[in-house]
Structures are given as C-alpha cells and as structure tokens.
Write a protein that binds this ligand. Sequence first.
Ligand code: FAD
Ligand code: S2G
Ligand code: ZN
Length: 483
Amino acid sequence: MPDPKPTTTEAPPLPDGLLDRLRETLGPRGVVTDAEALAPYLSEWRNRYQGRSAAVLRPASTAETADAVRLCAESGVAITPQGGNTGLVGGAVAEGGVIVSTERLNRIRSVDADTFSMTVEAGCILADVQAAAAEAGRLFPLSLGAEGTCRIGGNLSTNAGGIHVLRYGNARDLVLGLEVVLPDGRVWDGLRALRKDNTGYALKHLFLGAEGTLGIITAAVLRLFPRPAARETALCALPDAAAAIRLFGRCMDAAGDVLNAFECSNRTGVHLAETLVEGVTVPLSTPSPFYALIEFAATGADDGGLRARFEAVLADAMEAGLVTDAVLAETEAQTAGLWRIREGITEAQIPAGLCAKHDVSVPISQIPTFLERAEAEVRAVDPDIRLVAYGHFGDGNIHFNAVRPETVTDEAFRPRIPPIQRAVHDVTMALNGSFSAEHGVGLMKRGDVARYRSAVEVDLMRAVKRAVDPKNLMNPGKVLPPE
Ligand code: FAD
Ligand code: S2G
Ligand code: ZN
C-alpha cells in the first residue's frame, strides 16, 4: 500500500548558498524553484504520492550533471533522478532534496547502422529513440504505452518491459554501454558498443534496474535490430486462459522466429476499454471470455509468406477449439485499431475507478492456476470486484487489477487494497513468481522486498548500495526496505 500522502507539499529548505552555486553551474534554465513550474515534477502518474522538493535541476550535459551532483553531495542533499515521470511505483517521487530531471539531456549522439547500435542521452523520449533508429533503417524494439513521454534513462533504470520482451528482451537486454554520474559526482564512461567485453564486473548491470538509487544514467549505447518488413496482427477470441497458454505454445512451435507479441486480456479488461475509452472497437461478433492479441513480424522481403503462416496457425488453433473467432488485420488502420484495444485496457483503469494493481509474473504454464487462485482470494475480500487480468502473457507477466465495484466509492474501497495486494502477492510467490514483473519497486513495493526477498538478497543489495552510495543521497528510501 503506498505510503500516505504527506499532508503538506512544503519542501525541506536547502542549505544556504547551495542554490546560488547550482545556478552558477547550471545557468538560469538549469534550476527551477517557482512553485507552479515545480508542480508537474511533484505529481505522480496515478496521483498516489505527492512529491516534495525545493528545486528541480535540469542539467544540459553530463558535465553539468556531474557538477550538480558533486555540489549536492558536498552539502549532503539528496537527489531524485527523474525522466518522463511515468513510473508506476513512486520511484521518481521526491521526498525532500532536489530532483534532477534529464529532460535537457536529449541528444541522439550517433547511430551506427553497421554496428546495429546507437548512442543516446538519457533524456531522449523513447518514441524519439524509436524514430531515430527507424530513420537509419533499424529497429529499437522497446515499446510500451508511455513511449511518448517516458525517457530512455527511466526505461533503463526501471528495466522496462512492454510488448516486445518476448522477442527482444527487457530494457537491460538492449544496452551495450552506459555513462553514469555516480553519487559523488564522478562520471563512469562505459559507452562501449561491444557485444563482447569480459573485462571485470559487468558494471552496467548495477545501474540497469536500480531505479536511480546508485547513480544518474546520462547516456547509453543501445542495441539495434533489423527492421521487420512484414508485420501481421490478429485478435483472437478464446474460451479461457488455458487456451491462451496452449495457443502461445502453438505460435512458438510454428512461428517462434517471428512471434513479436502475445498480449492477452480477460473479458472485463476489453469491456472496460470498449465502454470507457474513446476509439476502442472490438471487431468480433460476440464478447468472449478471453482474448489474445498476437503479432508476427519478419525481416526480409514480404512475399506474403508471413500472412500464410499466421493463417495456418490460426486455422489449426480453431480446428483444435483453442480459438473460437479471430480477425487478422488487413490494413495499417485495422492493425492500429487492434492495438488501440490493448492500450485502451490500461487507459480504462483511470475512469473505471480505484483499483488494487498488480504487476506480477509467474512461469507461463502457471498463469491459469494463478488466475484461479488469485481470483478466489480477491473475491473473498470483495465478491463484486471487477477483475481485469491482462498484459504480456507471452512473458508470464499479468497486470492483475482488482477494480472497485461500481457501487463502492474510491474512499470506501481504499482500505481493501492492502489485504488484496498481500493475498495476490502471496499467491504469486507460492507459484515461484515475482511481485514486480516490470514496473520495479520504487516506494510502493519496499514492503514486498522485505517480505519476499531473502535476507541474503536484501543484505547483498544493501552492501551494493553502501559501496556505491555511502551517503545514501541517490534516491534514498526507494527499492530497499527501511533498515
Ligand atoms: P521516471 O518515472 O521519471 O523514473 C522512473 C525511475 O527511474 C525512478 O526511480 C527514477 O528515479 C529513475 N530514473 C529516471 N531517469 C533516470 C536516470 N537517467 N538515471 C537513473 N535513474 C533514473 N512499464 C513497463 O515496464 N512496461 C509497460 O508496458 C508499461 N506501460 C505503461 C503504460 C502507461 C500508460 C504508463 C503511464 C506507464 C507504463 N509503464 C510501463 C511504466 C513506466 O512507463 C516505465 O517504468 C518507464 O520506464 C518509466 O520511464 P520514465 O522516464 O517515465 O521514468
Ligand atoms: C501495461 C501499465 C499499467 C498497468 O500497459 O502494460 O505495464 O495497468 C502496464 O499496470
Ligand atoms: Zn505492462
């Protein structure tokens, strides 16, 4: 359960003289203290937390970032790194100190098509990185609902997932090199575009997924891939989750080399999208208990073979009773319409009302068991909950969101969230799963780290934190449970 919002947005004052020194270093555009200008940096996507900070620093280069961090470290002032502020676990919520926004670190430094790599600064918006790769005839495959706002430093720092993990891996799998400003202001330049480099500890992996608690990522060398020439997308109606898992197996067997996405949803998820979000239309004749949105994509000349392969897989699956209806998009507009349904499920949760959200993963074969057990636990707390179960089933990742009943207010529902989350995470962990598949820990899931990660794991993480950030100034209070 997120920590209660502080009653005041009053930020603790900064030590005398620090702001003047920061303004000298960063220039007038580099330091924001005006309350109105500060507001967007202190809000949080789901409005669950209220940030408090006296200033946002906006360095325009790695050197400026290093100088700012050094000045803060000398004054013992905590730093909250912030990218697009789309994180969903409160990781970018400042609790005092300063915020360092990467928004002005937004240059695409270079694209090396022959090496299948590009070097970008941390403040580049994900959609801009995708576009720059496409311009060079390459693909940067990280893709998620917030891609128009989130920034690549935040993506790497949360080890973001999204819809193509199945084929290309998480954010951490897409990084060749990193540049990081350490908590004492030193710069680690690890910007190497090498796929093979066994020269000591894999330092980049300390910072990938560290949620800003070990340093500020200022640039990265990203892996690029061949751009698919052919892409086919289908929406399938299924009888249940078990059919989805068997269909996934068939897609992997028949077309594992081109399977680009395998997203699922129960009926409630699609129904809420259809009824609450503009522009969502489900082009199937009757509502279905379960749905799969599947994408094939192939590089090389598009001779129609990809579509034929997809049609054969779907026909066999219908024959076997795994798919009861399906639509294979004929045009780009129809493809976009199918993906609009998927995005709409996420968007629908805001107008639908307060919900107990879960971003869990289990071994793929355990998804039906998870859904059954977790639903039983949730219904025991409140039988009328609207249960949305959707997401990246191809990765074993379920966004299992228990939305308040229409007859219950947000306020009346709020106290039911902790027992629901505890029960759902207990079911997840009993199936050898993860209580945070892709969004990270932030502020929100520190209690789960204490409850479910072993003492050895927590000790090891504390040892790393103490070694890299001995003053505990880099995003303090995030990821690790209070000692
Ligand atoms: P922020 O929110 O600004 O920060 C996130 C964390 O990273 C914080 O701890 C912050 O301190 C740290 N950080 C930010 N920049 C840096 C830096 N340069 N160096 C070090 N630390 C830094 N996430 C998924 O994984 N998969 C999804 O499918 C997905 N879908 C989403 C859909 C929507 C509509 C929304 C709103 C969010 C979604 N998210 C998803 C969550 C979120 O978009 C990701 O966590 C994203 O990677 C956060 O990027 P950001 O730039 O907004 O980071
Ligand atoms: C997604 C985002 C938010 C949610 O859309 O895949 O990661 O509903 C999610 O938890
Ligand atoms: Zn997701």
